[in-house]
Unconditional design. Sequence first.
Length: 161
Amino acid sequence: MTAPVSHLQEAQKLTADALVDLFTVSLKNLPVVFRFKHDDTKIWQGNTYEGMACRLTGDNRSADGEESRPSLQVMNPLGIFNAAAVAGQLDMAVVTRRRVLREHLDANVNIYDQRMWYIGRIRELITGQSISFELRNMTEGANFQIPSRMFIPPDFPLVSL
């Protein structure tokens, strides 16, 4: 039995069309937001995501809930991240990854899976070429505490949110 021609054509495409990662980097103390994605520029939900080469590596979770510190490497054309990096404005900036299905991206449908980190440190900055960030979990830090028990309904019916 031979495969249909449409299946063969789909298998030979050079672009992945299942999931697309949209990245947003929001500076901590300034109203500056960088939006980008790998490959081509796309407008989604009224925001323009610039097409830049980028790669997120090391995004792992273990069975006991421990998370790794992933690394985000982004092309730095014309040194767009240089001024913010030298001024220390990228420290503690929030990185948001929205993972969207290609068909939802094309149809501008607001359905996505979201993960957030903050920039722990800049691992590497090559002026005009690339920048690499070490990302940390939002709950990781010196003064962050997770409560041992949540006081919410139905266990505590008199508590309202």
